[in-house]
Design a protein around this ligand. Structure first.
Ligand SMILES: Cc1cc2nc3c(=O)[nH]c(=O)nc-3n(C[C@H](O)[C@H](O)[C@H](O)COP(=O)(O)OP(=O)(O)OC[C@H]3O[C@@H](n4cnc5c(N)ncnc54)[C@H](O)[C@@H]3O)c2cc1C
Length: 417
């Protein structure tokens, strides 16, 4: 009699798990059933990498782990056991999709199609795994294995992989059910909030951002809350109608807590990164001396795009002033806006607009070498359900893949089949 393995959630992690189970030969002696509430698996997967799917980041595990914040120690064994090189080999040699490398070690399929990635994964498993789409799991209980209640009836499994995702981009299906199920089985869920999300500006700053909508530049960003600097980084930022987005803003968003609404919280932008306030003032003074008949806004366009220079000078009432006779006080004002521009925050970033969820099932309750629950034997938890979020660049899908591999390997080694 074959044993049964249930995979709850057919997103990236669930599909990878089904693939790894087949690849490792588990499906020859066990029946694998993947249950997905949407009509088709991998909806979020098809949106990844702007529809191109950034499948991994080609770094060795010791460097890659640094991209997982507080979870770097937890995820390291998984990354060591199934590295980005293994992911590349899986795509090219197992499911037949050639890959290419782009800037910052990011790996994409040559076909530039996340839909084709999803389809190749589904096609690889479809002759072995049962795929039950349009089937919503409503409850899980432990009873001589696992009783899984769904919208289409009851199922029993000997082993369960929980991969229902997080709470970000809810319309793709990840509506926080992983947390509900994990809690019902005794697990602790670390409070969830947005990571890799755009940031909304409050009423004092939103007009400024809206006027520059579409403009991007390199900047330093620091997050301040109640007078304390809590995070900083640098990179590309993009002004938008609602506030700020772009890679550096999305990276820092995970540090913004839920309760900043109504508090003194802002992002401070350094529009001339790599130059100290004093150096900037000296450079400005030199420009002023060399171009007495030029407007200050025009001189500033040597540092930032003209539209940003005009918006910044407008904030200081210096917009129409010429270099000649420009006072020290005015220079100070310009320096403050160029080096310490404050964008006040409306509140915490919207989880629904976040690429990933920060928080989730506590890592203390999961074995990092197998992904098996420390509380419920034969329950494996993988993907965004866990309290792991990676930086952008293929880190999050690599985490799903490495975790899926560990779970599949552990299930095989238990000889349940
Ligand atoms: C716009 C966007 C772009 C991204 N781009 C990238 C990228 O290029 N590279 C990268 O590494 N990461 C990227 N990510 C992050 C990455 O997509 C996620 O980390 C990854 O999809 C998480 O996989 P998961 O399987 O854990 O969750 P999900 O992909 O969310 O899958 C969970 C699945 O479980 C199903 N489910 C939920 N509840 C139930 C239930 N009760 N019953 C049955 N099924 C259920 C859902 O319908 C869903 O299909 C991006 C994310 C977004 C939103």
């Amino acid at each position: 009699m074959k044993k049964s393995i249930g995979i709850i959630g057919g997103g990236a992690a669930g599909l990878f798990a089904a693939c790894q189970l087949k690849r490792l030969g588990v499906t020859e002696t066990a029946e694998v059933t993947l249950i997905e509430k949407n009509g088709i698996p991998g909806r979020k997967l098809t949106l990844t990498g702007h529809g191109r799917c950034n499948i991994t980041n080609r770094k060795d595990a010791s460097r890659l782990k640094e991209g997982y914040h507080e979870a770097s120690k937890f995820i390291y064994p998984a990354l060591m056991e199934f590295e980005p090189e293994d992911t590349v080999s899986f795509y090219e040699n197992v499911i037949g999709l050639k890959v290419k490398e782009e800037d910052n070690n990011r790996i994409f399929p040559v076909c530039d199609s996340a839909v084709k990635v999803r389809d190749a994964l589904v096609s690889y498993i479809s002759d072995y795994s049962k795929i039950l789409c349009g089937t919503e799991v409503t409850g899980i209980s432990v009873k001589d294995g696992f009783e899984v209640a769904t919208s289409k009836g009851q199922y029993h499994f000997d082993t369960l992989i929980l991969s229902c995702g997080g709470s970000s981009f809810r319309e793709t299906g990840s509506s926080g059910d992983s947390y509900r199920f994990a809690e019902s089985l005794g697990h602790t869920v670390v409070p969830v909030r947005a990571a890799l999300a755009p940031v909304n500006a409050d009423k004092d700053s939103v007009d400024f951002c809206r006027a520059l909508s579409g403009v991007s530049l390199d900047a330093g960003i620091s997050l301040y809350c109640e007078g304390k600097k809590t995070a900083s980084m640098s990179g590309v930022i993009l002004f938008a109608g609602f506030g700020l987005t772009g890679p550096a803003v999305m990276e820092i968003s995970r540090e913004i807590l839920h309760d900043v609404a109504g508090k003194d919280a802002y992002l401070e932008l350094d529009l001339v990164p790599g130059t100290s306030d004093e150096e900037f003032d000296r450079k400005l003074l030199d420009l002023i001396g060399g171009h007495p008949d030029t407007k200050i806004a025009t001189l500033l366009s040597g540092f930032v795009p003209q539209s940003v220079a005009s918006a910044v000078t407008a904030r200081t009432d210096c917009g129409d002033l010429y270099a000649q006779g420009f006072s020290k006080d005015n220079r100070k004002k310009i320096c403050r806006e160029m080096k310490h521009l404050r964008i006040r925050l409306k509140g915490a970033p919207d989880l629904n607009a976040a690429y990933v969820t920060r928080g989730g099932v506590s890592l203390k309750e999961v074995d990092r070498k197998t992904m098996e629950s420390r509380l419920v034997p034969a329950l494996y938890i993988i993907g965004e359900a866990l309290d792991i979020d990676g930086i952008s660049g293929g880190y999050n899908l690599q985490a799903c893949m490495s975790e899926a591999y560990l779970a599949a390997k552990a299930i095989l080694s238990k000889k349940i089949c």
